[in-house]
Ligand binder design. Structure first.
Ligand code: GDP
Ligand code: FE
Ligand code: FE
Length: 198
C-alpha cells in the first residue's frame, strides 16, 4: 500500500508510529479493522488506500489523556458542549485534529471518517460507513450480535449501519450510559432510510 498521496510515511513507518501509541491489544484491533475495511471497500467500491489509512488511524488517539483533548477543544474552538463527554466520544471527534497534526494528514474525507467512526452521522459517505461498520465487525470482535452484523454487512452497508447503531444504543441505554446526540441522529436517519428502501 502506498500512502504518499496523503502522508509522508511509508506503511512501515506508519505502523510503527501507530503501534507506539497504544497497547498491543488495541493495535491488533486496528489491524483487524483495516482487514475488515479493505474487505468492505472492495465489496462496495470504496477507495482502498483511503479505507486502509482511515482504519489504521481511527483509534490513534484512544490513549490520549483527557486534559489533552480538553486543550484541543479550546485551541481549535470546537463546540464547548463536547467537554461534558469523555474519551469514548473524544478519541474520534477531537482525535481527528490531533491525527491531522501528527501525520500531516489533510484529506478531509479520511479525517471525517475518523471523526464519525464512533457516533456516525445522519448522512455518511461510503468511506464513513466502511470505517464505522469495519470497527464493529473486525475479526477480533466477539460480542452478542456480531455474527449477525457481519452477515448484514456482507449484504447491505446501510443496513449494517442501522443495525450497529441500534445495537449500540440498546447497549448504552441498558447500562445507563448517556447517548451522544449524533448517535441518535445516525439512528433516526438510518432507520428512516431502511423504511424507505424496503
Ligand atoms: P472502539 O474505539 O474500537 O472501542 O469503538 P468505538 O470508537 O466505536 O466506541 C468507543 C466506545 O464508545 C464504545 O464503548 C461504544 O459503546 C461507546 N459509544 C458509542 N456511541 C456512544 C454514545 O453515543 N455515547 C457514549 N457515551 N458512548 C458511546
Ligand atoms: Fe474508536
Ligand atoms: Fe476501533
Amino acid at each position: 500500500m502506498n500512502y504518499h498521496d496523503y502522508i509522508d510515511f511509508s506503511r512501515e513507518e506508519l505502523l510503527d508510529k501507530v503501534a507506539a501509541a497504544m497497547s498491543k491489544k488495541r493495535f491488533d484491533h486496528v489491524l483487524g479493522v483495516e482487514q475488515a475495511a479493505l474487505d468492505l471497500a472492495e465489496r462496495y467500491g470504496c477507495d482502498i488506500t483511503k479505507a486502509s489509512l482511515a482504519a489504521l488511524l481511527h483509534d490513534y488517539a484512544k490513549e490520549v489523556a483527557d486534559k489533552d483533548f480538553l486543550d484541543i477543544i479550546d485551541q481549535k474552538q470546537l463546540d464547548p458542549a463536547l467537554k461534558k463527554w469523555g474519551n469514548n466520544i473524544w478519541h474520534g471527534v477531537v482525535g481527528a485534529h490531533l491525527i491531522s497534526a501528527e501525520f500531516g494528514l489533510v484529506d478531509q474525507e479520511i479525517l471525517q471518517a475518523i471523526q464519525r467512526h464512533t457516533v456516525g452521522s445522519a448522512e455518511m459517505t461510503l468511506l464513513d460507513k466502511v470505517l464505522y461498520v469495519a470497527d464493529y465487525i473486525e475479526p477480533g470482535r466477539d460480542f452478542p450480535g456480531v455474527t449477525e452484523a457481519r452477515i448484514i454487512a456482507s449484504q447491505s452497508l446501510d443496513q449494517a449501519v442501522a443495525f450497529e447503531t441500534a445495537q449500540t444504543i440498546a447497549h448504552l441505554a441498558k447500562k445507563g450510559i448517556p447517548i451522544h446526540p449524533q448517535t441518535l441522529e445516525t439512528y433516526n436517519s438510518y432507520v428512516q432510510f431502511l423504511k424507505e428502501n424496503k
